[in-house]
Design a protein around this ligand. Structure first.
Ligand code: ZN
Length: 202
């Protein structure tokens, strides 16, 4: 169970309601890989406290830091873990899955024609009717107005240059992109494990 599936799970697009950083009663634990880097930066790899405690008892994780809050059961009292590290290293696959979320992440959630962050959708750079395929190399993030304006034309025909030529990113490149999106909430014990803390404090 502790394999690439977990990363996929952590990276799956989540709605606001499911976002543990917005649901603090879930006392989410930051999940680190065995090398103490986050399993995923964006969305940040977080587990609800129940999952974290279960993993502790299954000896699958080490507790790195804890909340002040405790859980009580007949057999023990225990502080809720706030940072946990997997005992077994999870190797990230070299290339991430081709998903809508990952395309947005590669493109920094920005229209690749005008730079807008709003009303984002996807565009086939070479239109489908001209043989354009649905691949990393031919799909880019585009806002709805640009998408409409471009229509079934190539960027050249439409006079709409693409900001950054689409590539198939490596997992490492996608992780780098994820670091640009720190979560709205950071528990103090998470800060040491996330590289952007210094920048946030500055
Ligand atoms: Zn646009």
């Amino acid at each position: 169970m502790f394999n690439a599936e977990l990363i996929e799970k952590a990276a799956r697009f989540r709605g606001v309601d499911e976002d543990p950083t917005r649901n603090l009663s879930a006392c989410p634990a930051l999940v680190l890989n065995a090398d103490y880097t986050p399993l995923s930066y964006y969305p940040l790899s977080l587990w609800p406290w129940q999952t974290a405690i279960k993993a502790v008892f299954l000896d699958r994780v080490d507790i790195v830091a804890s909340y002040d809050r405790e859980v009580h059961s007949p057999s023990l009292d225990m502080k809720i873990p706030s940072v946990i590290a997997l005992r077994q290293y999870v190797k990230q696959s070299e290339f991430p899955a081709f998903t809508r979320f990952n395309v947005f992440l590669r493109d920094r959630f920005q229209c690749q024609y005008c730079g807008s962050h709003d009303h984002l959708t996807f565009d086939h750079v070479t239109p489908r009717r001209l043989g354009g395929r649905t691949t990393w190399e031919n799909i880019i993030t585009a806002c709805a107005p640009c998408n409409m304006k471009k229509g079934g034309r190539t960027p050249k025909q439409a006079g709409m240059p693409v900001h950054q030529a689409p590539i198939r990113p490596t997992s490492w490149q996608l992780q780098q992109a994820g670091k640009l999106f720190p979560p709205g909430y950071l528990h103090e014990t998470w800060r040491d494990w996330l590289y952007w803390d210094v920048e946030l404090e500055a």
